[in-house]
Design a binder for this molecule. Structure first.
Ligand SMILES: N[C@@H](CCC(=O)N[C@@H](CS)C(=O)NCC(=O)O)C(=O)O
Length: 214
């Protein structure tokens, strides 16, 4: 039985939850997912039972809680070195950490104006225009990673890594908001979107939205 419990938010909208969930699924690390409906009146109290920050995702493992998406992925990369969650090459690994940290701490304009909504369509069609400079920076860094490090597979560093998990919600946003991209970037986004784990997350989002409308 899995010893990991991952507490996540709504699959349709919780972009931070998608990151470790996808990383663990793609790496094949078994875990039990528990979700909190972030719109429930007692959501905060439910989350605080597990996560000292009052936010999801949180990974529960034995007697400890790891309560931040990137920290969870780092914790798993250390515990499962055989899964190579970071690139093996030192230079590629440093760049993968930079782009992951840049996503983690930045792009606030994109996050505010183009929130992840897998099943929805933008309420704010101006969002991509407002977030133009964040979008341009992401497209540029994706292009650089793919050109420099992406020779051995369809992902930013060839094989799927934490960097792809960190940007998966952006792939969703660019898809649903209809951001125009080059064929090279389109191929990258298609590879992320087509991952069986990404399909599973989308199915979960679909079921969640269908239940809400009943
Ligand atoms: N830096 C955190 C951010 C987590 C975060 O903002 N989570 C949102 C959901 S996507 C949340 O828990 N919101 C509930 C709240 O703030 O009450 C991480 O990477 O895990």
């Amino acid at each position: 039985m899995s010893t990991y419990r991952l507490v996540i938010g709504n699959m349709n909208t919780s972009s931070w939850s998608l990151r470790p969930w996808l990383g663990m699924k793609v790496a094949g690390i078994p875990f039990h997912a528990e979700s909190v409906n972030l719109r429930a009146p007692d959501a905060k109290a439910q989350i605080l039972r597990h996560s000292p920050s009052g936010k999801v995702p949180v990974l529960l493992h034995h007697d400890m809680a790891v309560w931040d998406s990137l920290a969870i992925l780092e914790y798993l990369a250390e515990r499962h070195p055989e899964d190579r969650l970071w690139p093996g090459n030192e230079k590629a690994r440093a760049v993968a950490r930079c782009v992951s940290a840049e996503m983690h701490s930045g792009f606030a304009t994109l996050r505010q104006n183009c929130p992840m909504d897998i099943m929805g369509r933008p309420e704010n069609p101006e969002g991509p225009q407002v977030a133009k400079s964040d979008i341009e920076r992401i497209l540029s860094l994706w292009g650089e990673c793919l050109t420099q490090f992406g020779q051995n597979g369809p992902f930013l560093f060839g094989k799927f890594t934490i960097a792809d998990a960190m940007y998966a919600p952006v792939v969703s946003r660019f898809t649903t908001y209809g951001v125009a991209v080059s064929p090279e970037i389109r191929a990258y986004m298609d590879a992320v979107w087509a991952l069986p784990a990404m399909q599973e997350w989308q199915e979960g989002a679909k079921e969640e939205v269908a239940l809400k409308s009943q």
